[in-house]
Design a protein around this ligand. Sequence first.
Ligand SMILES: [Zn+2]
Ligand SMILES: [Zn+2]
Length: 338
Amino acid sequence: MNQLSLSRNLSNPLKESENAAFTPSIYPVQQVDTHEREFRRASQSKSERWTLRTPTKRDITRRLEKVSAEDALRLKQCCSSFRVLTCGTHTLRSYPTFRCKKLFCPDCAAERATRLGNQTETKIREVMKTIKGRLCFLTLTMKNAATLDGGLAKLKKNFAKFKRGKDWKVHIKGYFGAFEYTFNPKTNDFHVHLHLIVLRGKFWNQSDISDAWRDVTGDSFIVDIREIKDAHKGVKEVCKYPMKPVDLMTMPDDKFLEVVKMKKGTRMFISGGCFFNVKLDDDDAADDNIFSKFADLTEGDACPFCKQELFDVLVNRQQHIGLHELNAMPNVVKNNSS
Ligand SMILES: [Zn+2]
Ligand SMILES: [Zn+2]
């Protein structure tokens, strides 16, 4: 294996590597949904399945260059260099020097998913110590919408009305959820839906939920509710990306631009009841948050694993990926919420 040479005086660390294929190996949460899985199964070799079906950040950037040069540049710069606190063998802390914070950016989406997942799980554990109920996975869907903004606004309005209703109050003690959308190239419209984790008190049957949802929406009635056996898995399912990367490549230019230009600060996560205040404020996205276990360490301190002196270094994307592959890094993300 190639030893990555890192030194305090790393020369020209930010030379853009043209071959750096995007591998989102820096964050452990990487969602593969069944839709994409099927695509992959249908094609031939293992490597081909990946390259054919999951667009890389480069693919998205190239597509973006044709519709908005400014956004393409931001996407390209996002996570292209990192500040790393390392002893040369272990990586204690690392964060990108710039983040675009766009929903369609694979890097930023993964970071958001991880952060939200950790917050949510902590909250669930905390709440369920005192409040009894069944944790359920609830999906509310809407008829397809021609525009993304329109579809989202309508769903938000309907959900607000739904949770003010008597039925909701009788059955649900708390919820948090994430909006998700997919694109249908055949009908050229968006399918916007809401995935929720709810703490259910009294049993609520699917057909009753469907009727109540139809009463609110007027035309939409497809809902799904099931009990969650494994809270960690359930949270992961809800906190995944708000969209399928593969959709970005199949939508026409005008729809693609709509996704790109989606209003900044559009809320994609909601919470309420006993889960109130699970929120994700992008303005204080502390990028090194996920490595907070080692937040107190600085340059000159001793590495807690090997006692070597730590140093702060600026590395490019490829070096950064190499670093994390080299180190059998302890899974700090999984353990730091305890
Ligand atoms: Zn980004
Ligand atoms: Zn070390």
